[in-house]
Design a protein around this ligand. Structure first.
Ligand SMILES: [Zn+2]
Length: 405
């Protein structure tokens, strides 16, 4: 009897093959028959082998509940399952509990299905090739890693990820995420992935912030990936989630600029965010137009009495709050608006400047010059027009962005 030619195997060669029952190619039709003598013999041998060691270069026959239970009598598989460079006809796991399961550089010829499975520690698929569709249905993962995996189609349905989700070096075409929940304290690692034709149906991402999304343990997420997810949501018409990923993209951009941007970049970016929420809001620039009108009209009044300068400084300090990461700025915005409005009228009354609409409109109209009888100093008037022009531009780009589609 000759020995298996696979390095370090040493088992007896099987049948006509020069390899053992584990390593020989399962190409003949009788390996596809779950009731065949060969298939039964294979699973019986596996049962005797045990699960402690990694399965390396194994070639598995058709996968079936009978075969599986032959070596895992219990529904819970305590031993870590490691498949290295193995070939599978198919994979079919129903209502199983795993501790660690690893598929490294494996090739799976036909369908893969994990149904009602619990992965209580790590589930890692790395460097694998799935030739037909893959389905994960009603599964709970603790740590779930997909890395460098190629496939024709993947469907996720009723999935819960508890501790971390890691997707790296992959093209996500023909992927459906349906009813996919990532627990709020789970971390999400995404690196070098391309979304072609991904579908997000009812994905519960939890909090979408840079505190949960990373490239790896050391580095924050590439904002290109946030942009791609935003784009995918936009294509689906889900603008609410798209906006959340846009915010994430902008937060990542801001962090990048804080680390290595020039002060001009930071200023431009900060103003853009403050004035129009990065082109997302056309109402915000209008609001700013009024505030700036009030402030400059008030400033023109300070020229008459320097005491008003203190009031203005107080107002500026309120504005400066906008530069900080305040989660909900709405209350503050209303306060500033009402404050500016009151301030404007008090200033006008005290300094006997004309309190009429014409005057105010002249202030915030980007196309109109000041009339001389309002006695506004040239420098102030020029600065005001410059700011008003900038805000008008932000308003126009935001409106165009909304009407472009
Ligand atoms: Zn062998």
């Amino acid at each position: 009897m000759s020995q298996c030619v696979v390095d370090g195997c040493g088992r007896e060669a099987y049948g006509e093959s020069d390899k053992c029952i584990f390593h020989c190619e399962k190409i003949e039709s009788y390996w596809d028959n779950v009731e065949s003598e060969q298939t039964k013999e294979f699973w019986t041998e596996i049962k005797m082998l045990g699960l402690e060691n990694a399965f390396e270069n194994f070639s598995f026959p058709i996968f079936e509940e009978f075969g599986w239970s032959a070596f895992a009598e219990k529904q819970t598989i305590q031993a870590p399952l490691k498949f290295l460079c193995c070939k599978f006809k198919n994979l079919d796991f129903q209502s199983k509990k795993f501790k660690i399961i690893l598929f490294l550089n494996c090739n799976i010829e036909k369908q893969v299905e994990f149904y009602d499975c619990k992965f209580e520690s790590e589930a890692i698929f790395s460097g694998c090739k799935f030739n037909e569709e893959v389905e994960f249905i009603k599964c709970t993962f603790y740590v779930f890693k997909l890395e460098d995996v190629s496939f024709s189609e993947i469907l996720f349905r009723e999935i819960v990820v508890c501790a971390s989700l890691e997707i790296k070096h992959m093209e996500l075409a023909n992927v459906g995420f349906n009813d996919f929940t990532i627990k709020n304290d789970a971390k999400i690692f995404l690196d070098n992935i391309l979304f072609y034709d991904a579908f997000f149906g009812k994905v519960n991402w939890g909090d979408i912030s840079q505190k949960r999304f990373f490239k790896n343990l050391e580095k924050p997420l590439d904002r290109e990936i946030a942009r791609q997810i935003k784009y995918t949501y936009d294509q689906q018409g889900d603008h609410i989630v798209a906006n959340k990923f846009y915010s994430l993209e902008m937060a990542l951009h801001r962090d990048e600029l804080r680390k290595n941007g020039s002060w001009q970049d930071r200023l431009t970016f900060g103003l853009h965010g403050m004035v129009s929420s990065h082109g997302r809001s056309w109402a915000l620039p209008l609001y700013w137009l009024f505030v700036v009108g009030f402030v400059f009209a008030g400033l023109a009044a300070f020229d008459k009495d320097s005491l008003w300068g203190f009031g203005f400084l107080a107002l500026l300090s309120v504005f400066s709050l906008f530069f900080y990461d305040i989660k909900d700025k709405r209350g503050l915005a209303i306060l500033t608006f009402v404050g500016s409005f009151g301030f404007y009228f008090i200033a006008m009354r005290e300094t006997c400047l004309p309190v009429n609409l014409d005057y105010f409109i002249a202030m915030i109209n980007p196309l109109e010059g000041f009339k001389n009888n309002y006695e506004i100093p040239t420098t102030l008037g020029f600065t005001c027009k410059l700011v008003v022009l900038y805000i008008s531009y932000q308003f126009i780009t935001a409106v165009r962005k909304d009407t472009r589609r």
